[in-house]
Design a protein. Structure first.
Length: 152
């Protein structure tokens, strides 16, 4: 099976010690937040299943949400709903989100033509927006821009 990890993701992600971007995306579309601490408490087979389970329909999203909720409860944790963003920045294919442009400017990377943003896949756009947040993600932001062909 071909696991959809990005090149910029570390070995900790590939070994499922950290939360892969594909799983972060699935958590967000299913409306559940999960900390790295809770992720580490889940069994490896559960983490692997969370990587491969689809979320491409309402039924699949509900099945994913149910599976994840049960897995979280099974390790004695509480399910934390994610704050709903009615239209997250990564959804817009037409323009580079301000948070991505600002972060690129902050790290002194010139972005390619904004049209390149519309060529990116949903998961790539999600990843770039996600990588503008937090501290450990910052190190992956520039490699992700390069991998996706957005860095000039």
């Amino acid at each position: 099976m071909d696991i959809p990890f990005f090149d910029f993701e570390s070995d900790h992600v590939r070994s499922l010690k950290s939360i892969p971007m594909i799983v972060r995306f699935k958590f967000e579309v299913c409306g559940i937040t999960l900390t790295l601490r809770i992720w580490g408490r889940l069994g490896l087979s559960t983490r692997a299943r969370l990587v491969t389970m689809p979320v491409d329909s309402l039924e699949a999203m509900q099945a994913y949400r149910n599976f994840l909720s049960h897995a979280i409860r099974d390790v004695g944790e509480l399910v934390m709903p994610e704050d709903e963003d009615s239209r997250p920045a990564w959804v817009d294919r037409e323009k580079i989100p301000e948070v991505v442009a600002r972060k690129a400017e902050e790290v002194k990377v010139r972005l390619r033509h904004p049209r390149r943003w519309s060529d990116l896949g949903t998961l790539q756009r999600f990843a770039l927006v996600k990588l503008t947040r937090g501290t450990h993600e910052r190190a992956q932001f520039v490699p992700a821009l390069r991998e996706f062909g957005l860095a000039a």
